[in-house]
Design a protein around this ligand. Structure first.
Ligand code: GTP
Ligand code: MG
Length: 335
């Protein structure tokens, strides 16, 4: 492998700005879609509060972190303090309630890794997953949304990367590739590392927002409207950043020892985290530290086979961006 290969970017790279921005714009959900999501959430709130007056519903995941594509499903978290009832019973009860209100395809998946109720709303056409008390996901959703407001290049880069990953079939955790959440963290970390930096490290700044969830202190700076100029010293275009992102993951990342950490804004060592060997099913072949659950490696789903697939896809993307005469077509070619 051409480890740490130094490369100069192709000279006509700026020609890719317009097509990348066009793809980004075409994937952004329309205002009316966001309105329909709110409408569905309001309906669900009404149904839930009849049964559990103190319960609350939160949107999380891409529909709330601003990295969602048009026509996405929505993720909802129900918070409820009924300590004496088991999660599976709540889910079954919830499924009952939803079914009797004419929601479609209602299904309680009580044995999944994250147990949920699935449903489809016939009025808005939106599908929805509801989980219970997954508050860390609500908080990491806020962190991603706050980062997205600092510099628009994060959202643009993450859209291109997510679109690439979905087109190339490497956004499938059940097949050992990475979640959308992991890809967005990779983009945030990458922009924290640019010189000059395009994103700050919100968890390394003064605390203006703090909650404790499941014994995890989640604290960071969230007055992001004060950071709107943060990245302005860096003039890199979206085309240069997409090129550099893939070049980094293809040829520069140290897969043997490096862990990317949005929490610190830095690379940390696998040795420091004791992530140097396989423990149970966690192989740590590509390491992405969760910003709050720091013992949690989002690369844990990647195995001996899928690491090869992933790295070959990063190299393919980097090489296309470097040499292909029509990179925008080749990059997103269905696998
Ligand atoms: P798309 O559905 O692909 O548009 O993206 P998404 O952001 O909804 O992605 P995904 O299905 O990967 O995850 C949904 C949300 O669950 C994320 O935004 C996170 O808030 C949360 N999440 C996903 N995976 C993990 C994980 O391993 N740990 C934690 N703590 N949260 C996770
Ligand atoms: Mg989702």
């Amino acid at each position: 492998r051409n480890f740490k290969r130094q490369m100069e970017c192709r000279i006509d790279i700026e020609g890719l700005n317009a097509p990348f921005l066009a793809i980004y714009e075409s994937l952004i959900p329309a205002e009316e879609e966001k309105a329909k999501q709110k409408q569905l959430l309001t309906l669900l709130e009404k149904l839930v509060s009849k049964e559990w007056p103190k319960a609350r519903l939160y949107l999380y995941g891409s529909c709330a972190n601003s990295f969602d594509f048009s026509k996405s499903d929505i993720d909802v978290c129900l918070t409820i303090e009924e300590a004496d009832i088991k999660k599976s019973e709540i889910l079954l009860k919830l499924a009952d309630i939803l079914q009797s209100d004419n929601l479609q395809n209602v299904q309680a998946l009580t044995r999944a890794r994250v147990p949920i109720v699935k449903l489809k709303d016939p009025v808005t056409g939106i599908s929805c997953d509801i989980c219970i008390n997954n508050v860390l996901a609500v908080v990491n959703t806020k962190l991603l949304r706050d980062y997205a407001q600092i510099d628009v290049r994060l959202r643009q880069l993450a859209f291109i990367v997510k679109h690439w990953a979905k087109s190339r079939g490497v956004n499938e955790t059940y097949q050992g590739t990475l979640s959308s959440y992991a890809y967005v963290l990779m983009c945030i970390h990458f922009l924290q590392q640019r010189k000059p930096a395009i994103l700050p490290c919100l968890q390394g700044m003064e605390t203006t927002y703090s909650v404790t969830v499941e014994d995890v202190d989640c604290a960071f700076f969230d007055r992001v409207e004060k950071l709107r100029d943060f990245g302005s010293h860096n003039k890199e275009s979206i085309a240069q950043l997409v090129w550099a992102f893939f070049n980094y993951w293809a040829y520069c990342h140290d897969y043997t020892d490096a862990v990317i950490s949005v929490r610190t804004g830095n690379i940390i060592s696998k040795r420091l985290k004791d992530w140097t060997r396989r423990i149970g099913n966690d192989r740590h072949l590509i390491c992405i530290e969760d910003p709050f659950e720091t013992s949690h490696d989002l690369g844990r789903v990647v195995d001996k086979h899928s690491i090869k697939v992933l790295r070959e896809e990063f190299e393919r993307a980097a090489d296309i961006l470097q040499y292909d005469p029509n990179p925008c077509v080749a990059l997103f070619e269905p696998y």
